[in-house]
Design a protein around this ligand. Structure first.
Ligand SMILES: [Zn+2]
Length: 499
């Protein structure tokens, strides 16, 4: 029964084609090139003068332009933030000094430790002193404006995209919970049957190459699939009550194994600060405390690696799965308000918020539902109606890559930042935090920091989507990865070349 549905889903799964959009131009590069053009134009008028007047005029013009340029540069640099100036300097320094990867001194093979801090919104690193995270940033490579999650910006879809390089439509985990349209089976965050988990996660790729992997929690890591058996001592069954310190100690203990037995790929997962973010929103002292605690865990890890003499050899990739935005009781949309246009019964809804996913019975015209819902939402008569737009999934913006799976319900609603959908009005008033929105929304961004022999020190790179991380890890480990949605050349754009 189950295997039939897997076959159907697998066979209808289009081959993932590397199809990354070009990175947006770096604004600092644009400024630099403007400067360059400006200065070159001031030096071009060195042609043979025809008259003395013309020469003097040109000289005066040149002087004026230079003076203006100097004044502009002074104003620009004095008004620019300290971090921008530091960034530009660091980037230039790293680019000037480092071009090739640093050799390993103690380990025999490259080792990648992939760490996730759940819901670590980009910018949290500035909420409070985070000396350990900043040590990794200043001696490593950082996505300057954060890591872009995949849509929907939820925990399970994103963690599994990070380790497979696939968009949710291709790796199958299209939501934290959903219903298989063929079998009626329900996926939950506790589902470990391999039929749900498509694609090839990094731990499986690593084991396929005869190497060892270890997972200290990661969505999908407990699933026995292909060559990955979730081996005892190298694969932990999820238990949120395990203290963070114990998780760090276990990972450190792997480095006490004989060199040839040290897993080359390890994961480490922390539930914070997502856990607090949902309850209190992103701007609460509880978040600040949670961020400080994550920083202490990174400090404990660094200290343990230094004690073992392997800190500079180990590649640490520190990421989050998504960001967080504040939500409150006034930013609500009630489906019952659409009744004058169309009744949307509860039984059609697969998830409400922030990802509104609707699967009406097959007898109902999908196009009709979408048209009537949007008519009501845009009528001006539905509270906050203009904050929600409903789509047939095939008509969602292509950049969301959220259509090519039968598991994705046929009608999807996109909400504006911070708004929520509920079935009907209630007296319940709550403020907190949420994620799951369009991944173009800046508050959904998280962090990317790479530290290790193949990452230049102090380098800043433009933001990129987390589906690139799979190729990055296989490239560092020097193994062939499975087909995925990342760009084959991405690792060369961010890593130092081999020595
Ligand atoms: Zn999460």
């Amino acid at each position: 029964m189950g295997s039939d549905s897997v076959d159907v889903l697998t066979s209808t799964k289009p081959t993932p084609i590397p199809s990354q959009e070009e990175d947006p131009p770096n604004p600092s590069t644009a400024l630099l090139s403007f400067d360059t053009e400006d200065s070159s134009s001031t030096t071009t008028p060195h042609q043979k003068p025809t008259t003395t007047i013309l020469f003097i005029s040109l000289l005066l013009l040149t002087c004026t332009t230079l003076a203006a340029a100097v004044a502009f540069a002074f104003l620009f640099f004095s008004s620019a933030s300290q971090s921008t100036t530091t960034t530009a300097t660091a980037t230039a320094t790293a680019a000037n000094i480092e071009t090739t990867a640093r050799p390993l001194t103690k380990l025999q093979k490259p080792v990648v430790l992939l760490i996730s801090s759940d819901g670590f919104r980009f910018g949290y690193q500035f909420k409070t002193p985070t000396p350990n995270i900043h040590r990794l940033i200043s001696n490593g490579t950082e996505a300057e404006l954060g890591l872009i999650p995949v849509f929907p910006t939820l925990t399970f879809p994103n963690h599994y995209s990070i380790v497979t390089g696939l968009y949710p439509a291709y790796h199958g985990i299209i939501n934290n919970h959903f219903v298989d349209p063929y079998t009626g089976d329900t996926f939950t965050m506790g589902s470990h049957e391999p039929k749900w988990w498509l694609g090839e996660p990094l731990w499986e790729t690593v084991v396929n190459h005869g190497l060892k992997a270890a997972t200290y929690f990661w969505p999908g890591s407990e699933v026995k699939k292909g060559s990955w058996t979730c081996p005892l001592n190298f694969c932990r069954n999820y238990n949120g009550s395990v203290p963070f310190e114990e998780r760090v100690d276990t990972v450190l203990n792997y480095f006490d194994l004989p060199n040839s037995e040290i897993p080359v790929f390890m994961t480490l997962y922390f539930e914070d600060p997502d856990h607090q973010g949902h309850q209190v929103g992103p701007d609460d002292p509880e978040i600040t405390d949670a961020v400080a605690r994550i920083d202490r865990m990174i400090g404990k890890l660094i200290e343990g690696l230094e004690k073992r003499g392997v800190f500079e050899d180990v590649t640490i990739i520190l990421v989050g799965d998504h960001g967080m935005v504040g939500t409150c009781d006034k930013k609500l949309i009630f489906l019952e308000d659409l009744a004058p246009w169309i009744e949307i019964p509860k039984s059609w809804i697969q998830s409400y918020t922030p990802l509104l996913a609707i699967r009406p019975p097959s007898s109902v015209s999908l196009a009709d539902v979408v048209a009537k819902m949007n008519e009501g939402l845009s009528s001006g008569k539905v509270q906050n109606g203009n904050r929600l737009k409903v789509y047939l999934k095939e008509e969602l913006p292509g950049r969301l890559h959220y259509a090519a799976s039968d598991r994705i319900p046929p009608i999807i609603g996109l909400l504006e930042e911070g708004f929520k959908v509920e079935q009907k009005e209630s007296k319940r008033q709550e403020c907190g935090g949420a994620h799951g929105y369009d991944n173009a929304i800046f508050s959904m961004r998280t962090i990317f920091i790479g530290h290790g022999p193949q990452f230049a020190r102090g380098r800043k790179v433009p933001s990129f989507e987390n589906v690139q991380i799979y190729n990055l890890v296989t490239s560092i480990l020097n193994i062939q990865g499975a087909a995925n949605n990342g760009t084959a050349l991405f690792p060369t754009s961010i890593l130092l070349s081999s020595p």
